[in-house]
Design a protein around this ligand. Structure first.
Ligand code: FMN
Length: 374
């Protein structure tokens, strides 16, 4: 089903694309926190070269709306994993609202040190896309277009998974970016599969012609729940029909390090992306079966340093502690999510009541593996 999609409808002035870009140079750039903006530029990582490396399967920590904020990203960066995503950021909000910019993307020039950082965008037209890229390109190593989000409100606006049914619109966005920036901006598209896999193949072929650098295929359809198993046969089929020059990343049901090898071999893909697995265990790609305690100390540290909302830290800790060893009993876990927790201070008090929590700078900070009960 192709929905009517016309970029001109989305132009909100009579400016040409070139004029818009020129005018944007006077707009306030995104703020980078916690360190003030400086002359120093981010040392860019060549993520495409990484993905094209035939000797290695690239491991990727995929996008999670709400959760892939800078404190989580920097926690993951202490462990293996080659590329780390931001959550999906709505391009339209980002370019129009300073507060959206602050809440959606905070970083510092060392964020995810040494790993690739991809900003994922929810977007339905090339004007918003290029405006956002212009604001953010110095602070990341590439961009992704989310064509996999199944949420109805986004899909109604032709953002997310609905884009897989709108190849013209999606390819137009990719080719607009690539004609403007060429290799300077690396661009990925993350898609879901069609019921008819050949439609997915055709979409990927068109994206390749439009200049996409690589495609991430989440092996589920637009309406498939994540409780349903990922369809690796579909990913393998799609990969097999595409030119080898187009790297493909498989996404779905990667929950431990061994899954990377199994998925890569089964689907013959260049990279494997994990999402829920890493939410539960940011050290997953380093081969930890359980979340090591050091990851908990790190996320607490970064959340305070960068100012993560306490409810998000609470959720992160619940996911991570539920997957730690020896696992806290249900009473302790329940207390973390209880009504008494109303702030980051309460979370710290909670942790100090049950565990030995080392602070940044203290001897032994971020070294423990097993949960250190008091
Ligand atoms: C909490 C949560 C947030 C998500 N947010 C995004 C998002 O912002 N962008 C996106 O493309 N997919 C998002 N997804 C989907 C995941 O990126 C991924 O495609 C899906 O979870 C399948 O991978 P997995 O089996 O490794 O979890 C999200 C998934 C979860 C669980």
């Amino acid at each position: 089903m192709d929905t009517n999609f016309n970029n001109n409808d989305l132009l909100y002035s009579n400016e040409t694309l070139e004029e818009i870009i020129e005018n944007m140079k006077t707009q306030e750039p995104c703020r980078i926190l916690p360190h003030p903006q400086s002359e120093r530029k981010r040392n860019k990582i060549d993520i495409l070269k990484m993905i094209q490396d035939p000797c290695k399967t690239t491991t990727i920590i995929g996008p999670m709306v709400r959760y892939s904020k800078s404190s989580f990203r920097d926690t993951c960066a202490h462990f293996d994993g080659d590329i780390i995503y931001t959550p999906m950021i709505l391009a339209r909000e980002f370019i129009r609202n300073d507060l959206a910019r602050i809440s959606e993307f905070t970083t510092n020039l060392d964020n995810v040190r040494g790993k690739g950082l991809i900003v994922q965008l929810g977007v339905n037209n090339s004007i918003d896309l290029i405006r956002t890229i212009e604001l953010l390109k110095d602070y990341c190593d590439g961009f992704g277009i989310n064509s996999g989000c199944p949420i109805k409100q986004q899909n109604d606006e032709m953002i997310g998974a609905q884009l897989i049914y709108n190849p013209d619109g999606l390819c137009e966005m990719v080719s607009a970016v690539k004609s403007k920036y060429g290799d300077e901006v690396k661009l990925e598209v993350k898609i879901r599969i069609h019921d008819n896999w050949d439609q997915t193949v055709e979409l990927c072929q068109r994206l390749f012609i439009a200049g996409v650098d690589w495609i991430t295929v989440h092996g589920r359809g637009k309406n498939t729940r994540s409780s349903q198993p990922c369809n690796f046969e579909a990913i393998k089929y799609i990969r097999g029909k595409l030119p080898s020059a187009l790297p493909i990343v498989a996404n779905g049901d990667c929950f431990k390090l061994e899954d990377v090898k199994t998925i890569a071999e089964r689907c013959n893909v260049q990279g494997v992306m994990a999402v829920r697995g890493v939410l539960n265990n940011p050290a997953m790609f380093s081969g930890y079966e359980f979340t090591p305690w050091k990851a908990i100390e790190l996320i607490v540290h970064y959340s305070i340093e960068y100012g993560l909302h306490f409810a998000l830290l609470q959720h992160h800790l619940h996911c991570m502690l539920s997957n730690s060893n020896p696992k806290p009993n249900s009473k302790i876990l329940k207390k973390l999510m209880g009504n008494e927790i109303k702030s980051t201070f309460d979370i710290i008090d909670y942790l100090d009541a049950y565990f030995i929590v080392k602070r940044y700078g203290e001897d032994g900070f971020a070294t423990a593996i097993d949960v250190p009960y008091i």
